[in-house]
Ligand binder design. Structure first.
Ligand SMILES: *[C@@H]1O[C@H](CO)[C@@H](O)[C@H](O)[C@H]1NC(C)=O
Ligand SMILES: *[C@@H]1O[C@H](CO)[C@@H](O)[C@H](O)[C@H]1NC(C)=O
Length: 586
């Protein structure tokens, strides 16, 4: 029986003990009671006196459990694993139960005891991540795949959303922090997709520059606030004057907000001012200060600082998610706070302005998705290398140390492609041609080989491949390649003239490669992340379940834009792998 289990995972499942050793005695006892005394689920979970006044059951110690256990014919049996080591198991007649803690490690499967409608049950899964099928239609100004489910900024490897640029600062591969174009593009695409799926946000306007707004503010003696006409913007704004120092009282507005944390303001300062938000968590009050400084984020006691750069004298549109800013601020001091602080316990108490300048359009809303989207699209326009059209990645990447390494300044086909998906959407929404131009310029890197600082690899000297990590030798990372193709597809829908000719050529040649090589990534039980095993003759790099799921989500998206059955058929088989089904064997 044990021998058979090695071969067949599903039969193993029927053998397994549905709990870890710690809880299994109690669990078994309750199961057998359930069978003997009739199907009383309520009885199983309700309090101790429920077993027909059977106090023996309630009060007995471990000894009694062991007795019950033996009465029910569960006996210990040693399981010899592959003739190598043993695991203590249980036997009931011909059935053998192995501890789930063993099964879990041995088969890389998942399970936990969950409470469902008042009774415990054991939930077993072959894999853990979730496939999000895309919508039935695709358009280059629509949602991007199912990115509305992404929350890029809450990831641990995002240090903060900077107030200078409004985009994530990544600590991946470099704890100092760097701007990672792929992360920035994903931040944009997730907010864009959220905007489309959530619809227009709830917006509470706290001040929009009119005379009536002035009365709501509390103004100490040394400060002033009034409504004036702004010549640059052609609208009424609030003019403020107060001492600069963060220690001064400042001009403030009381608010009570415990749900809508998306804050936005238009501001223009001529002294070293700041705008601060008081945030209450449980019984403590913290302050988030947006200041004119190049230091991106810092925290001191209960004060969290975000630098907006040093551009005074100009109008700035600042859009912040206060709950996320607060969380990232706490994590500066207490790296584990994300797991312990419940963000739904926070409240916004007030907004305080210090310094001399003007403000307008102060709002708290359910979301600022489009502000974040445009911040990221603008970042891409402003940080593109104009000579190459690439978005350089300024950290070293060691895919395989000493063998597949990239020094800082590399380009990624995935970065180029995801940037295109952002820029095409920004262009279609805003009609501003500078977004389209940046997307078209981003194409050039696709024609330059990895060895020459571009992203183009060749497989078997026949097929063009666009590299997420353009190492030499090539690595052929599947998900990054597909993301690059989706970006090229988006651009192909809007490009004209020679840009259209170029993008069609690059896209078509990539799709031809994908169809020819896709099944090299199919292991029969899962997928491979890259082709290092083929290229270097080393062990394959199996895609972990979330990457496997990404592969599936990508194929489902491709099946909407390309009718070749390879995409639907392969996606269906790869979804089966997630439930433990395998490709047939000989
Ligand atoms: C502006 O004020 C902030 C906060 O008080 C401070 O950190 C920063 O150094 C000041 N900058 C200048 C140029 O004085
Ligand atoms: C405030 O918002 C309105 C409407 O979007 C806009 O026209 C105005 O220019 C904004 N004010 C400033 C100072 O940017």
């Amino acid at each position: 029986m044990i021998g058979r289990m090695r071969v067949n995972l599903r039969s193993a499942f029927f053998l397994l003990v549905l709990c870890t050793f710690l809880v299994c005695f109690a669990f078994w006892t309750r199961c057998t009671r359930d069978i003997k005394e009739g199907p009383s689920r309520e009885g199983l979970v309700s309090s101790k006196s429920d077993f027909d006044g059977n106090l023996r059951f309630v009060n007995r110690g471990a000894q009694a459990y062991v007795q019950d256990f033996q009465v029910n014919q569960y006996r210990e049996i040693e399981c010899l694993i592959n003739h190598e080591y043993t695991v203590p198991c249980r036997r009931e007649d011909d059935e053998v139960y192995m501890p789930f803690s063993f099964i879990q490690k041995y088969f890389e499967v998942y399970g936990s005891i969950e409470n469902m409608d008042g009774y415990d049950r054991f939930e077993f899964s072959h894999s853990f991540s979730k496939v999000f099928p895309p919508s039935d239609t695709y358009s280059p100004d629509g949602k991007f795949m199912s990115f509305e489910h992404y929350n890029v900024e809450v990831r641990d490897r995002v240090k903060c959303i900077t107030a200078t640029e409004g985009v994530p600062l990544s600590t991946q591969w470099n704890p100092e922090g760097h701007y990672y174009p792929i992360q920035i593009a994903q931040f944009a695409l997730s907010h864009y997709s959220k905007y489309l799926s959530e619809g227009k946000p709830d917006v509470d306007i706290l001040a929009h520059g009119s005379k009536e707004d002035v009365v709501d503010w509390s103004v100490p003696d040394d400060c002033e606030i009034r409504s004036v006409r702004d010549k640059i913007r052609g609208s009424n704004v609030l003019e403020l004057s107060s001492p600069d120092s963060i220690r001064s009282q400042g001009i403030s507005l009381k608010v009570t907000e415990d749900a809508n944390f998306a804050f936005a303001v238009d501001l223009r300062f001529i002294t070293n001012g700041s705008i601060s938000v008081a945030v209450k968590l449980d019984d403590s009050t913290f302050h988030i200060h947006y200041i004119f400084s190049k230091v991106l984020i810092s925290s001191e006691g209960k004060d969290i600082y975000y630098g907006m750069g040093e551009t005074r004298g100009k109008w700035i549109h600042l859009a912040r998610d206060l709950d996320k800013d607060f969380m990232k601020g706490l994590m500066q001091k207490f790296p584990k706070s994300k797991k312990t602080v419940k963000m739904n316990n926070i409240k916004i108490l007030s907004i305080t302005i210090r310094g001399r300048g003007w403000v307008d359009n102060i709002t708290l809303a359910s979301a600022n998705h489009m502000d974040h989207f445009y911040d990221a699209a603008n970042w891409l326009v402003n940080h593109q290398d104009t000579s190459s059209g690439g978005w350089p990645i300024m950290v070293a990447r060691k895919l395989i140390p000493d063998i597949m390494e990239l020094p800082p300044g590399w380009y990624s086909a995935m970065g180029q492609g995801q940037a295109m998906s952002v820029l095409v959407r920004a262009y279609l929404k805003s009609k501003n041609p500078r977004y389209l131009k940046a997307a078209v310029d981003g194409l050039r890197v696709f024609d330059v080989s990895s060895a020459q600082g571009g992203v183009k690899a060749r497989f078997a000297n026949t097929y063009d491949w666009y590299e997420e990590y353009p190492t030499t030798p090539s690595s052929f990372v599947l998900n990054g390649f597909i993301y690059s193709l989706l970006g090229l597809y988006d651009l192909k829908q809007v490009a004209e003239g020679t840009a259209l000719t170029d993008v069609e050529r690059i896209y078509n040649s990539g799709m031809k490669t994908l169809k020819a090589l896709l099944l090299l990534f199919d292991s029969g039980t899962g997928t491979f992340y890259d082709l290092r095993h083929v290229i270097l003759g080393i062990a394959p790099n199996r895609a972990r379940w979330d990457y496997h799921t990404t592969h599936i989500n990508q194929l489902l998206q491709l099946s909407i834009i390309d009718s070749d059955p390879i995409f639907t058929k392969t996606a269906a088989r790869w979804m089966d792998y997630m439930k433990g089904k395998r490709a047939p064997h000989n």
